[in-house]
Unconditional design. Structure first.
Length: 281
């Protein structure tokens, strides 16, 4: 168990295109209960997978520079695989705070797989990016990587987070697309390549073939946040509750507030409603 002295405090800003990063928020709450968390969801452009990379990179960098100026976090957490794979270098160049990304757990899968055949469930945008091939070459070259870029799982995960019923058949269809590929029957380890999928983990474990090890990177992201805060020794003392901010109003505001309350957010607000010069004490 961590001692009080080893658990840093301070401000964090967690970012995602939707509510998928709430899985990272939960991991941060579990590991760093004293950490102040603001959350920004770029819901106006969700899902990111349907947007061109150059537009996304420019938008993410501009949006997060503005958010960091207003919210003054000690660490920025990009709880989105798509945003991490395309915008991390630019963000780290422009910001003077630590930036923690979230990338598909291919290295982790390569360490634990016994069959040396690993799977990756991701969005279609993440699946087609050269970054995935580079991760495979760099960190699991002796493994066969089988990837499925699911088009519907992020939407299903958002519904699950809001407490809505999800049909097993919808999840099963996406799993079948992964495991029915050539050599798919040899997969023994599957990494989640989208933070949204945390909220479908129970269904994945229940509906997948027996003996599959599922890897959710959210706890590893939380540990990295702890490490960078300890190294930076930055510990602001927030005097306000954490904020849940969105770039477009949610369709189910009541459902969102009820679900987000479980993670410590009392209400949501529009990010655009924050005036550029507004103090964020």
């Amino acid at each position: 168990m961590d001692t009080g002295a080893s658990v840093p405090t301070g401000r964090s800003l967690v970012f995602d295109s939707g509510i998928g990063g709430m899985g990272v928020v939960q991991a941060l709450r579990d590991l760093l209960p004293a950490l102040h968390i603001d959350y920004l969801a770029d819901t106006a452009l969700f899902p990111y997978g349907e947007q061109p990379d150059d537009l996304l990179t420019s938008r993410i960098v501009s949006l997060l520079i503005a958010a960091c100026e207003r919210l003054q976090p000690d660490v920025l957490v990009i709880a989105c695989n798509t945003a991490s794979t395309i915008a991390l270098p630019a963000l780290r160049q422009r910001l003077n705070i630590p930036v923690v990304g979230c990338v598909p757990p291919i290295r982790w899968a390569g360490r634990v797989s016994e069959s040396r055949v690993i799977g990756l469930l991701s969005t279609s945008a993440t699946a087609r990016r050269p970054y995935i091939l580079q991760l495979h070459r760099d960190f699991a070259p002796d493994c066969r990587l089988i990837t499925h870029g699911a088009r519907r799982l992020a939407d299903l995960a958002e519904r699950a987070f809001l407490g809505k019923a999800i049909a097993d058949s919808d999840v099963q269809h996406e799993l079948t697309c992964l495991f029915s590929q050539p050599h798919g029957g040899e997969i023994d380890t599957v990494g989640l390549g989208c933070t949204h999928y945390t909220f479908l983990m129970d269904a994945f474990e229940r509906l997948s073939p027996p003996g599959i090890t599922w890897l959710d990177p959210a706890p590893a992201v939380a540990r990295q946040v702890r490490a960078v805060l300890q190294e930076a020794r930055r510990a602001s003392a927030p005097s306000r509750p954490g904020r849940l901010l969105m770039t477009r109003a949610p369709q189910d505001a009541a459902g969102l507030e009820a679900a987000a309350e479980r993670l410590g957010f009392s209400q949501w607000d529009m990010f655009a409603a924050l005036a550029p010069g507004m103090a964020e004490a």
